[in-house]
Design a binder for this molecule. Structure first.
Ligand code: HEM
Length: 494
């Protein structure tokens, strides 16, 4: 078991000690002598000074959301030609491989929390392309919570701890959900069987936003990314998940590490839904609305490639904790999403990473483009600065052979769109009636009741009204369940 045996395998791999231990400044440590601390000055004990002062500085801020995660490395391989849709170099030829880093993470779970919690999951992939990094920062659900980016702070706080009690508080969550009913579309999935993936290897991923892309002639297309696990989608029922949580809160992290370490490389088939400009105009609904899905019968999947994870991190903190995803990391050919949530995300991640990792977060090795050369005019700041641009000019334009501009042959502007207030109840009803089986609908109701049971009556009433609007059967069953009051969950949000 590579996860349980990692340190033993390290010993087996190395013939003996890998060297003499030193201080951070490289001075060799006479440990036997350093251990004589009584009646000697600790100030002069460099081992003590170096290790103690480093230890208290070891923590960096955990991510505000998506704090707990597992990650790995691998490649994306093109299996089908989509150059007529998108000119990004990573799609340029069948068989072409692009290195990737991936990070999977529940949304609200704190860093030491439980992997089998009911929650959506982040599905973030960094493609190290020849034109710089392209980050697809998606979810395990094909839709998102709201389309008004102003709701981000409320959404996060409502699910985090109550400021007075320091407890997770169902009243706050249900207040948010019922004040912002568009969130119920995604939350129907979260409360359904799909709310607790059975490890990350069996979890699908979605880019959610409808990305604007261009082909080499400068023609626009609009695509949504889908990643489908080749090992099949598998989820856990609530009971199973709770049992696992009691014995192994790191279940999904362990499973991913173990699988990759044993050579069972997880893989996903990558496909896109494709819309033309005309499709966008004639869709009859806002195809850029992240709270909605694009119906698969109208916009079927076009296969693109395969995404394989075949390498565990060597050092979690260096390679996964410090991974910095940003939806604004786009490459020629992929213009991004024209919607407001995407626009907000362009600021949010950068800002979070300045705070979390510092001004030079893109110079942390795992964030460096590895297939292209960086010739930015930025200089200095807190380390790591790498070579800091060496002796080349640090301003642009200049007359001294600094890096020159790139000429985009088919410059295309990101579309500017006008968005209506969200309205996804039709899709929520569709999900409830047509996508969930009879048994799944019953489990959905049970899971909702488990979370909604202990909250304030007025919030329950608001929820029943909204569930009734989605579908009378759903509203009725929730109402009846609440009246029977058979459920109680004070410890978990959902
Ligand atoms: C379609 C909508 C969204 C999706 C799919 C999404 C997905 C994700 C994922 C996967 C991560 C974890 C990245 C990692 O592994 O490091 C993340 C982190 C984060 N998200 Fe989002 N998110 C969405 C919307 C938003 C919005 C609207 C905002 C703010 C306006 C936001 C702000 C953040 C922040 C601040 C982080 C932490 C970044 C860090 O500390 O490095 N997200 N999101």
């Amino acid at each position: 078991d590579p996860a349980a045996q990692q340190i033993i395998m390290f010993k087996q791999r190395t013939k003996g000690p890998i060297g003499v231990m030193t201080t951070s400044a490289g001075a060799p440590i006479d440990y036997v002598d350093a251990r004589v601390t009584l009646n000697r000055r600790l100030m002069f004990n460099e081992y003590f000074m170096d290790s103690l002062t480093h230890l208290v500085r070891e923590r960096i801020p955990e991510r505000l959301v998506h704090a707990k995660a597992a990650g790995a490395f691998g490649y994306f391989e093109v299996t089908h030609d989509i150059t007529h849709i998108c000119s990004a170099k990573m799609f340029s030829a069948i068989g072409k491989k692009t290195p990737v880093a991936a990070r999977f993470s529940p949304v609200v779970v704190e860093r030491g929390g439980i992997d089998t919690s009911r929650d959506a999951r982040g599905f973030a992939v960094k493609f190290y392309t020849e034109d710089g990094n392209f980050d697809m920062v998606g979810f395990s659900t094909p839709m998102y919570v709201y389309k008004d980016p102003l709701l981000f702070t409320a959404f996060v706080r409502a699910q985090k701890r109550n400021p007075a009690t320091n407890l997770i508080d169902g009243n706050m969550l249900w207040d948010f959900l019922t004040l912002n009913p568009e969130s119920l579309h995604m939350f129907l999935l979260v409360f359904s069987d799909r709310g607790i993936p059975d490890g990350y290897r069996h979890m699908p991923g979605f880019g959610i936003h409808t990305f604007e892309v261009v082909n080499k002639h400068g023609e626009k297309y609009f695509i949504r990314f889908h990643f489908t696990p080749d090992a099949g989608v598998k989820n856990l029922f609530s009971e199973e998940a709770r049992k696992i949580a009691a014995v192994d809160p790191d279940y999904a992290t362990r499973d991913l590490y173990r699988a990759i370490g044993s050579g069972e490389y997880p893989s996903w088939s990558v496909a896109i839904q494709v819309l033309t400009f005309d499709d966008v105009k004639t869709a009859g609904f806002d195809v850029f609305d992240v709270t909605k899905v694009l119906p698969l019968d109208r916009y079927p999947l076009t296969p693109v490639g395969r995404f394989v994870l075949n390498k565990n991190p060597i050092n979690y903190h260096a390679e996964i904790e410090q991974l910095a995803f940003n939806p604004a990391n786009l490459v020629p050919g992929i213009l991004g999403g024209p919607d407001k949530v995407f626009e907000a995300r362009r600021l949010a991640y950068r800002d979070a990473q300045y705070y979390r990792l510092g001004a030079n977060f893109n110079k942390i090795p795992v964030n460096c483009p590895i297939q292209s050369v960086v010739l930015a005019y930025n200089r200095d700041g807190r380390p790591p600065e790498k070579d800091n641009g060496r002796d080349s000019p640090n301003y642009y334009p200049n007359s001294f052979n600094g890096p020159v501009e790139y000429k985009d042959k088919h410059r295309v502007e990101l579309l500017e769109i006008y968005q209506d207030p969200p309205n996804n109840f039709e899709q929520s009803a569709e999900l409830y009636i047509n996508e969930f089986s009879k048994e799944e609908r019953s489990r959905l109701v049970e899971n909702i009741l488990y979370s909604l049971g202990p909250v304030a009556k007025f919030l329950q009433e608001r929820a029943v009204k909204l569930f009734t609007l989605i579908h009378p059967d759903l509203g009725y069953r929730i109402e009846q369940g609440l009246a029977a009051n058979t459920t109680n969950s004070y410890y978990e949000l959902y």
